[in-house]
Design a protein around this ligand. Sequence first.
Ligand code: P6P
Length: 334
Amino acid sequence: MNFNLALPVGTTLDRFIMRKEKDFPYATGELSQLLRDIALAAKIVNREINRAGLLDVTGGFGQQNVQGEEQQKLDVIANIRFIRALRNGGEVCAIISEEEEEIIQTGNKKGKYIVAIDPLDGSSNIDVNVSIGTIFSIYRRKSETGCDGTLEDCLQNGTHQVAAGYIIYGSSTMLVYTTGNGVNGFTYEPSLGEFFLSHPDIKTPATGTVYSCNEGGVNSFPEGVKQYLNYCKESGYSGRYIGSLVADFHRNLLKGGIYIYPSTAKAPNGKLRLMYECNALGFIVEQAGGKASDGSRRILDIEPTELHQRCPLVIGSAEMVDKVEAFMKSEVAV
Ligand code: P6P
């Protein structure tokens, strides 16, 4: 099976999915259809985002989500759009969403897949026109078909992902995803309503000179992180922090760099969520040759115990992640 058959740049997402599906002799097409359903919802959300300033969809929705964060109107719209697309597509039996406390049962009891999704991450940036993103993970259900998705179906560690990806709504809109055989990026052409292959077989540089971290909380960072940040400054690295995880991750993925959200006084377990942020980006970055850890453990090996559990995140170029872990380990040794 030639997993790495290079398809010409400009191939549509649909054709790419079909071509890759042929590489999996036992593929029955459900995962391909699920990826198409996600792409459809992304096109609709992209349209809403691009008109946000013109429609009454910016600003707060007047409610808080399960994270205690004020929901933005577009958060709610994006959540509805992705849930509807996945429900109508029929391939997914249950969904974990950042915007909903409980497991969302789609009613597709024969659906083979579970999706964990952050429908619109970084949404507080919407009103100031900064890039935001959607992050998703796909798992195969463990329970028998014919019933609702179970908590056990949803609480699987990151090594069980069958696919993961993100959409970045930025200067251009891109869908970047992996099914475990490399990472490919597709750029959206709104005039045609199509995603086209623009970044085939993405590999992230082994190291870089960019670090992304909100140093406002540095006084409560673990000592090892403080020491690494000092190392970055002494080495003449550049600080780049957009405050939108997908945007910071995407830049570091393509150019090399590291994103760190450690445990802090305000977020003792870190801020980012394991199931629909850290696992998805961890799968992608590993497929591109990078690494993702919580400062000591590989993100994908962390056994989840709660749907919305948080964890510290150190993700990006492999040699930079290794360096943070070395500083953290020497801290432990102290
Ligand atoms: P802070 C957005 O809320 C988010 O989840 C990520 O997109 C972003 O990297 C991070 O939180 C920003 O958090 O504490 O730096 O504002």
